[in-house]
Design a protein around this ligand. Structure first.
Ligand SMILES: [Fe+2]
Length: 168
C-alpha cells in the first residue's frame, strides 16, 4: 500500500467532476475502499501475490473516478475505464506496479464494478465487496451480506464496520 496516497493524489487532481471530491463517492470513499480491499485481499486470496495487490489497489482508487454525479450514474464504470486508459498513455508511471498482463483486469474492474452480481474474477470480487462495505459510511447497517461475493468479507463485517465508522 506504499503508493496509495500518491495514487489518491493523482486521482484527485484529475477528477472528471471535481465537485464530487468531498461527496459520498469522493476521495475519502476511494481511500477507505482501497484499505478495506487490502484487508479482504490479505485474508482471502492473495496475501503474497505480487500481481493482485497493485491491481486491487489501483482499481479501488479509480473505481468511481468516472462519476459525473453522486446520484445514479449507470455509465460511470465505462467513463472511468476510458479516462484511465487515456490518462495512462500520458502518465506511464502510474502503471509502474501493474504487470502488463494484469492491466486489463484494472480496466475490467472499473467497467463492471457497478453491475449487479459478485464479479467474474477474484480481484474484481474483492474490490466490489470493499466498495459495498463502505456503505457503513452511510448507515450502521452497512451492506446486504447476501449481496457480497466472498464469505471472508461476510466474516469480516464487524471489523470492517469498526474501521469505516472510525474513519469517516
Ligand atoms: Fe464506490
Amino acid at each position: 500500500m506504499v503508493d496509495l496516497e500518491n495514487l489518491l493524489n493523482f486521482a484527485e487532481s484529475h477528477m472528471l467532476n471535481p465537485e464530487l471530491k468531498d461527496g459520498i463517492h469522493g476521495v475519502k470513499h476511494w481511500r477507505r475502499t482501497a484499505m478495506i480491499a487490502d484487508m479482504i485481499n490479505k485474508r482471502a486470496f492473495y496475501p503474497n501475490d505480487i500481481m493482485a495487490a497493485p491491481v486491487i489497489e489501483m482499481a479501488s482508487v479509480f473505481h468511481d473516478i468516472g462519476r459525473v454525479s453522486d446520484a445514479a450514474d449507470p455509465t460511470h464504470g465505462y467513463g472511468g475505464a476510458g479516462w484511465l486508459l487515456k490518462i495512462s498513455t500520458k502518465n506511464w508511471d502510474i502503471r509502474n506496479n501493474i504487470q502488463a498482463t494484469a492491466w486489463g483486469k484494472v480496466l475490467d474492474i472499473l467497467i463492471h464494478h457497478c453491475e449487479p452480481g459478485p464479479g467474474t474474477f477474484p480481484e474484481m470480487q474483492v474490490v466490489k465487496d470493499a466498495d459495498k462495505c463502505d456503505r457503513f459510511r452511510l448507515s450502521e447497517e452497512g451492506p446486504d451480506p447476501s449481496r457480497l461475493a466472498l464469505n471472508v468479507t461476510r466474516d469480516m463485517l464487524p471489523e470492517i464496520k469498526k474501521f469505516v465508522r472510525g474513519n469517516l
